[in-house]
Design a protein around this ligand. Structure first.
Ligand code: SF4
Length: 215
């Protein structure tokens, strides 16, 4: 993607959705951290279904610790990989209580030291809960970054670093959500919906998918 097209690409996504939000439901930084931790290889819809029952009962590290691994599993067993996620979340809660006074820490290093929290989760928490201009590269952003030529890279980290370099600062805070939503609904994995894509004029992908006869 030509450098000059990048501001136009983001301005177009911004015009359609000025203040995009995560589709995960949360009310506090801790709820967000827990929801993101549970969301690996699962859909936001599936996580929301579970947390709607879990959070009214336990939405602090202390309360989740009181549930214990088995008690927590009861609430999240509809989510993939729930056993290891329950273990990680309980261990994370223990560290939050012992090292951070029950609060979610605000630095990348402290977040990444929590069990089950990798770079992507830390980036989501820093961006969504604390308003930092980080860009967490998930499967959608990885695909959109490569396919459009916005930020080609062989690994999520390569794409993330390229996005940091190429996304103009004024679009950085919301870039994560614009790209995820674009990838989830328009620039979808199997056949991108180029015929209804507002940013098609700025995207390198060729040939563009034509409008199907049934659409
Ligand atoms: S034109 Fe097609 S490939 Fe390019 S961003 Fe839009 S949907 Fe994706």
């Amino acid at each position: 993607m030509k450098k000059d097209n990048i501001p136009l690409f983001f301005a177009t996504l911004q015009a359609a959705n000025p203040t995009p939000e995560t589709e995960l439901e949360y009310a506090t930084p801790f709820e967000l951290l827990a929801a993101v931790l549970l969301s690996a290889q699962a859909t936001d819809v599936g996580v929301n279904k579970a947390t709607r029952k879990l959070f009214p009962v336990a939405n602090t590290p202390q309360a989740i610790l009181r549930l214990g691994v088995e008690g927590l599993e009861e609430y999240i067993k509809t989510i993939g990989l729930y056993r290891s996620k329950a273990k990680h979340l309980i261990e994370t809660c223990r560290m939050l209580v012992e090292l951070h006074g029950g609060e979610v820490p605000r630095t990348r290093a402290e977040l990444e030291a929590l069990p089950g929290v990798g770079r992507k989760t830390a980036n989501v928490v820093l961006n969504v809960a604390f308003g930092e201009a980080t860009i967490a590269v998930d499967t959608h952003i990885f695909r959109v970054g490569n396919r459009t030529g916005l930020a080609p890279g062989k690994t999520p980290l390569e794409v993330e670093l390229k996005l940091e370099k190429r996304v103009p600062f004024e679009f950085r805070l919301h870039a994560h959500h614009w790209l995820i939503l674009h990838g989830r609904y328009i620039c979808v994995a199997r056949t991108p919906k180029c015929w209804e894509c507002a940013v098609a004029p700025y995207c390198d992908y060729k040939p563009k998918t034509p409008r199907p006869k049934s659409a």
